[in-house]
Design a protein around this ligand. Sequence first.
Ligand code: ADP
Ligand code: MG
Length: 155
Amino acid sequence: MRHLPYFCRGEVVKGFGRGSKELGIPTANFSEQVVESFPSDIPTGIYYGWACVGNGDVHKMVLSIGWNPFYKNIKKSVETHIIHTFKEDFYGEILSIVITGYIRPEKNFDSLDALISAIQEDIEEAKRQLDLPEHLKLKEDNFFHLPEGKVVNNH
Ligand code: ADP
Ligand code: MG
């Protein structure tokens, strides 16, 4: 897909309080400013890749690029679920991600159970894909080891 791999770094802000955490799938939201820096033609949907909070370890992640209900769905939101159990929340920290692949478009679900099982399947798919050499190699990318602000896309 065009634009991939896509590198991005920004502060974790409060989301819409949709209760993702209560579902067991917390999503770290990027600020509007970071979202605006994304290519405007990047399709909404579910993606996967690698993520790192501050200077921490690099973990697998799934990410949704969706329509932002706060802005009457004319602006996008970008939310990362890191496949790792953190001891504490990390609002205000810098989240670095590289998006390496695409899973599926956004969907509406008939029930909460259907939504949760779809997300669990997305997570399994992400884990499998990220073990392939093509995606695994990005885990070691210098992007995750460089000081902030020194990285540009398509490097
Ligand atoms: P919000 O609506 O504020 O985004 P969420 O219910 O989506 O609330 O929870 C997101 C927050 O949970 C993140 O900002 C982060 O601080 C915390 N968090 C804890 N573990 C994770 C994780 N594995 N992946 C993403 N966020 C996590
Ligand atoms: Mg969230």
